[in-house]
Write a protein that binds this ligand. Structure first.
Ligand code: CTP
Length: 405
């Protein structure tokens, strides 16, 4: 089925990046109508939008009036994406102004609407903009948090347009779930940890593990597409930042623990998808450790790292928070994969445990996953082999069910 996408573009320098977003939609077979504002055309001209979308482009309601475009474009859309969304456009949308084709379209659209704001930090943080964002979110729109980083000039801060490839993924996620279920995590604050920690031996060497971060990033992306405010604590992952997600970067288990504990204080849910190293060297050499001439190798003494999942589950910052762990099990003489999972769920005292059978190392770095989600209340949900995104949505469904309890 061809999806009808309306791509609204308002007047910000990030408009040039949206050409790539447009290409991703058209190359995957979607029908895209670009509706730029007049000021957007100051940054990227109509011929570019028209050539890339294969359609005429209008900014005003006075073009092809007989087709009643100010009503038809919005009514027939499956999703409206506004990227970049400027402070001015957000203000107009929040107040229902309709002085050009894009703002008219926003009033007539009944499908999911995604705004990807981009502006200077001061404009984003201004109480007027924040109030407008809150209004739009309350009405069911997805308003992504801007990314952190280099802004138009030499300055840096929050306000960048998220990676176009990640906006594309998020929009697909919103479309997958349809208008009704799409924002069921709106207003929820969630924390996701992802990746594998590194425990340094010296400035260049570390002990690490095979976690790719794919499952944690899929969880963060899925939660953001369902409207949650997501903090992603990321340990040594090289994937692009998911759109609309605040990313905190860490390296070691201790740093991961500190970041997770800090973010958990106010969180409705925490999902520990990271693979923190259980052990760290007792001493980290300041200088690179040299090879000995006699051919001997240094002995590495290890000590235990904190168990973050057990800590946040036992000493709960919020009694009503839902805490989710992962268990990578292979099964052994002491029990099956599921028996070991049940025992781990009890030991860690979390609410849900996602149990993966990792015999043979199958899940690491793979786009697919299969799992059983065990609950402290005795429930078990089997998730057949499928994408990590599909598993992420099942996990959020189970979390959401526990919010309602
Ligand atoms: N975890 C954690 N802190 C650690 C180790 C693990 O928070 N130091 C979390 C992981 O993020 C995961 C869960 O605990 O959600 C299970 O991790 P796993 O390594 O399977 O469990 P362990 O406690 O290390 O148990 P085992 O003895 O089976 O290795």
């Amino acid at each position: 089925m061809t999806v009808r996408v309306v791509l609204g573009v308002s007047g910000g320098i990030a408009a040039y990046k949206v050409c790539e977003l447009l290409r991703r939609f058209t190359e995957s077979g979607h029908d895209v109508t670009v509706v730029p504002t007049a000021s957007a055309l100051e940054f990227v001209g109509a011929p570019t939008w028209s050539a890339l979308s294969g359609k005429p482009v209008a900014t005003e309601v006075w073009t092809r009036v007989h087709e009643v475009p100010h009503v038809r474009i919005g009514q027939s859309a499956d999703v409206v994406v506004v990227a970049p969304a400027t402070a001015d456009l957000l203000a107009k949308a929040a107040h229902g102004l309709a002085d050009d084709l894009l703002t008219n379209t926003l009033l007539t659209a009944r499908c999911p609407v995604v705004f990807a704001p981009a502006m200077h930090t001061e404009m984003w943080e201004h109480p007027a903009t924040q109030a407008n964002v809150a209004t739009l979110r309350r009405r069911g729109a997805v308003v992504l948090e801007p990314a952190d980083g280099r802004l138009t000039g030499a300055d840096t801060g929050k306000g960048r347009l998220p990676d176009p490839a990640e906006i594309f993924e998020l929009v697909l996620g919103v479309l997958d779930r349809g208008a009704d279920a799409s924002q069921d995590l709106a207003g929820r604050k969630v924390v996701v940890s992802a990746g594998g920690t590194r425990e340094y031996l010296d400035p260049v060497r570390f002990l690490g593990n095979r976690s790719s971060g794919l499952q944690g990033y899929a969880l963060a992306r899925a939660a953001a597409s369902r409207g949650a405010h997501v903090t992603l604590v990321s340990a040594n992952v090289t994937l692009p930042d998911p759109a609309g997600v605040s990313v905190v970067r860490v390296e070691t288990t201790q740093q991961l623990r500190d970041a997770v504990v800090a973010a958990t204080a106010t969180a409705d849910a925490v999902v520990m998808a990271a693979a923190p190293a259980d052990f760290r060297p007792t001493a980290v050499s300041d200088a690179k450790i040299k090879k000995a001439d006699d051919g001997s190798a240094p002995a590495i003494e290890l000590e235990q790292n904190p168990d973050i999942l057990a800590e946040i589950s036992h000493d709960r910052a919020r009694e009503d928070a839902v805490i989710v762990g992962f268990a990578a099990e292979t099964g052994d003489a002491t029990g099956s994969v599921l028996e070991l999972g049940r025992a781990k769920l009890a030991r860690k005292a979390c609410d849900l445990l996602v149990v993966n059978d990792v015999s043979g190392g199958a899940v690491f770095g793979s786009a697919d996953n299969e799992a059983v989600v065990l609950a402290a209340d005795g429930a078990a949900v089997e998730v057949p082999r499928g994408s990590k995104t599909a598993l992420a949505h099942v996990i959020w469904d189970e979390v959401l069910r526990r919010f309602a309890d």
